[in-house]
Design a protein around this ligand. Structure first.
Ligand code: PEP
Length: 246
């Protein structure tokens, strides 16, 4: 069975109550593209309000703690996201790997926590610029995959987002051939480790400066099942052309 396209907005640290209107506009118009799964990951503070405003919408968290509860001031546990109405969580975003010092083992534990709470998980990987320039990008990303993807999961609930760090928020994008080569390598590594379900059911997203102008090309690259979108996901005007391109 063909994998459904998946376009996910990562609002990062943007959005207040008034921004719920943008989410309503996005989800309403996304209904015209029933063949595409559309999700938004707003800041934690907006998850409950977004779910209430758009019942049934796919709303997610941008991170979770690996523990179920405890003395972790400022953190949010995966079951709390589920309790707030989220159905997915992003883990391993480079802004957390780099900015918060998260290791592959941390990311793996968070992915396990998300799956354990019944959430779908989008697990991010991606290389820094100097690694890309040194020609080691595929080895680097495959090592992240080896270290951060859990051993046991339902392949329909775990997606990988390939997000080259140098492409995030910069307006720079890899060539379509480079995206296809990376996604092919990721797919091959997953298939070798997990077999058929990973080969057939896991979705591989591309992320990094996707916009309405480049979405068709990037989403048309080999083994790209959708996009994780930052800056261009904040308004319907910018996000919907990407959904339409998928
Ligand atoms: C992201 O933060 O996941 C991302 C891809 O950001 P942008 O689309 O702004 O590059």
């Amino acid at each position: 069975m063909a994998r459904r396209k998946y376009v996910v907005g990562n609002w990062k640290m943007n959005g207040v109550t008034a921004s719920i209107a943008d989410a309503q506009a996005i989800f309403a118009a996304a209904g015209d593209h029933a063949e595409v799964d559309v999700a938004i990951c707003p800041p934690f503070t907006l998850i409950g309000a977004m779910v209430a405003a758009v019942p049934g919408a796919a709303v997610g968290g941008q991170d979770c703690h690996s523990a179920v509860s405890g003395a972790f001031t400022g953190s949010v546990a995966a079951p709390m996201l589920a309790d707030a109405g989220a159905i997915l969580v992003i883990v391993g975003h480079s802004e957390r790997r780099e900015g918060c010092g998260e290791s592959d083992a941390d990311v793996r534990a968070k992915a396990e926590a998300g799956l354990g709470a019944g959430l779908s998980v989008i697990l991010c990987v991606g290389e820094p610029r100097e690694v890309r320039e040194s020609g080691r990008a595929i080895d680097y990303v495959l090592a992240q995959i080896a270290g951060s993807v859990p051993d046991d999961f339902d392949a329909t609930r775990l997606a990988i987002a390939y997000e080259p760090i140098w492409a995030i928020g910069t307006g720079l994008v890899p060539t379509v051939d480079d995206v296809a080569a990376m996604h092919g390598a990721i797919r091959g590594a997953l298939a070798a480790r997990f077999g058929g379900a990973a080969e057939d059911d896991m979705r591989l997203l591309y992320g990094g400066s996707v916009n309405g102008d480049n979405a068709c090309e990037l989403l048309g690259a080999g083994d790209v099942d959708g996009a994780l979108v930052g800056g261009a996901s904040l308004t319907a005007a910018k996000f919907l052309p990407i959904v339409a391109a998928a």
